[in-house]
Write a protein that binds this ligand. Structure first.
Ligand code: ASP
Ligand code: MG
Length: 410
């Protein structure tokens, strides 16, 4: 008998039919003799609908009130699920974040969990009752409702798994796992059977929207084995777990594309000490996130500095960078928005060399120009023209033969 956390996303509980289908799954797990705790999202589209409502009554909703509103979506699904199960003669009870004792800091709409008491969940489990817990919500120290950021039900599930020392946290969604690439772009993308937390984190933050990035971080820190599965079709999913020796045999686990970046170049910057500190100091003071940075070698004591910021922050970044550019007598500031970042991710890179070189060759064979490069221990990223994103992903997927499972003997 295992203790399992089963989390179901918005599309999995998006209608009464879907609630019945998930109830079937819960019933089967219980009949197999496992103990389980269920975590639910709001019905798909519901959180967005509530957000729109808020914006209809005011321009900038008060964040405390917004959390009160947004947390209501999950109350609908947990109570409906508990009713559905009880109707079938299965003992189940719904619980809000507050009732479960999920305590967070005070950052409304993106609160961080500080502790999970889970007392009532433990009592329910020992009474043979299946707890159905509202995802995405907690309370702060003054008992006000907080929410954990979009996609935050994943985090609720992982945090409960850690608090209860569950054997596994299964995230049920509308895809059957994590793929070597976005299957909509790369048709022969392959489902990965296992992946390390670190690789998943890179892929999550690069836009492989399967798991909320913060939930993966939390799972890594607390060693919670995570599994991503489909609630629509039966079968295997992807296990996200601690890195082990076998994983290093695989050169590259996946490729991901990111259209969320824009590039700024400060042209004709004096090449003297303190200039980069001034530019990036000002950008950091605005709370903006810089991703990639390159600086050219100088000619006539002048150089160029390019860097990327999230597209949503471009206007803000441009305003501040223009001010600094004037202060340091730079010639001008150039903006390029139609860029894409393509990345190769794999823990095998730690022990294999030449991966970056193969990546550059594959892109050059397609005539794709590389504008920026950055590397980390388990990732190589290149910035290319946005129009080449899909071609880049397909050619890299081919180059590293990601459609073939390297762990099965040929
Ligand atoms: N309902 C919330 C959202 O849409 C939380 C979640 O689904 O995980 O972001
Ligand atoms: Mg989700």
């Amino acid at each position: 008998m295992a203790l399992l956390i089963q989390k179901f996303g918005g599309t999995s509980v998006g209608s009464v039919e879907r609630i019945h289908a998930v109830a079937d799954l819960i019933e089967r797990t219980a009949r197999d003799g496992h103990q389980l705790v269920v975590v639910l999202s709001a019905m798909s589209g519901e959180t967005d609908r509530l957000l729109r409502l808020a914006r209809e009554v005011c321009d900038v909703p008060d964040e405390r009130e917004l959390d009160m509103l947004l947390s209501s979506g999950e109350r609908v699904t947990i109570s409906l699920m508990a009713m559905t199960l009880r109707e079938r003669g299965i003992l189940a009870q719904s619980f809000t974040g507050r009732q479960v004792g999920i305590v967070t800091n005070n950052s409304h709409t993106k609160a961080r969990i500080s502790r999970v008491a889970a007392d009532r969940v433990k009592v329910a489990l020992s009474d043979g009752v299946i707890p159905i817990v509202a995802g995405f919500q907690g309370i702060n120290e003054s008992s006000d409702v907080t929410t954990l950021g979009r996609g935050g039900s994943d985090l609720t599930a992982v945090a409960l798994a850690a608090a209860l020392k569950a054997d596994r946290c299964v995230i049920y969604t509308d895809v059957d796992g994590v793929y070597t690439a976005d299957p909509n772009v790369v048709p022969n993308a392959r489902r990965l059977s296992v992946l390390s937390y670190e690789e998943m984190l890179e892929l999550a933050s690069l836009g492989a929207k399967v798991l909320q990035a913060r939930s993966v971080e939390f799972a890594a820190r607390h060693h919670v084995p995570l599994e991503v599965k489909s609630s629509f079709i039966e079968g295997q999913g992807t296990l996200v777990t601690q890195e082990h020796a076998d994983m290093e045999k695989v050169l590259v686990s996946g490729v991901a594309g990111d259209l969320n970046q824009a590039k700024l170049t400060v042209v004709g910057v004096p090449d003297s000490p303190g200039i980069a500190a001034q530019v990036f100091g000002a950008v950091a003071a605005e709370g903006l996130n810089v991703d990639m940075i390159i600086q050219n070698i100088s000619q006539d004591a002048l150089t160029d500095i390019s860097f990327t910021v999230p597209r949503a922050e471009l206007t803000q970044a441009l305003t501040i960078v223009k001010k600094v550019a004037a202060m340091i007598n730079a010639r001008e500031v150039e903006v390029k928005e139609d860029i894409a970042k393509v990345s190769l991710v794999g823990v095998g890179m730690r022990s294999h060399s030449g991966i970056a070189a193969r990546m550059f060759q594959a892109l050059s064979r397609e005539g794709i120009n590389i504008m920026m490069i950055s590397t980390s221990e388990i990732k190589v990223s290149c910035v290319v023209e946005e129009k080449y994103l899909e071609l880049s992903l397909r050619s890299l997927h081919n180059e590293f033969e990601l459609d073939k499972d390297p762990t099965t003997p040929q």
